[in-house]
Design a protein around this ligand. Structure first.
Ligand SMILES: [Cu+2]
Length: 103
């Protein structure tokens, strides 16, 4: 390996490790709120959840309606289900971007 090649290999490794650590951090920092499904409106992609504290939004526990992002699958969901979910404020609306069943 000549010096130039070695330099580029080094730079590439550094950039990829930075990207990886940023990605891993973003994944683990994603706050998952706890909740119980109250009502589902699949036609309008809306869901009513009685939720615990949502730390990333500074929101205390309450029952409210959320919008569901297209990627979130609600086929198996029904009222009474315990869920873990991530909410983001997008264009002034509270949107669930990730939702999973809770044991
Ligand atoms: Cu709320």
């Amino acid at each position: 390996m000549n010096t130039t090649t070695r330099f580029f290999v080094h730079a590439l490794l550094m950039v990829s490790s930075l990207l990886m650590s940023g990605w891993v951090r973003a994944e683990t920092d994603k706050f998952m709120a706890e909740g119980v499904v109250r009502k589902i409106d699949p036609d309008n992609r809306k869901i009513t959840i009685k939720h615990g504290e949502i730390k990333n939004l500074d929101m205390p526990s309450m029952t409210m309606v959320f919008r569901l992002q297209e990627a979130v699958n609600l086929d198996k969901l029904q009222a009474g289900d315990k869920v873990l979910f991530h909410v983001e404020k997008i264009d002034g609306a509270f949107v669930i971007t990730d939702l999973q069943g809770s044991p």
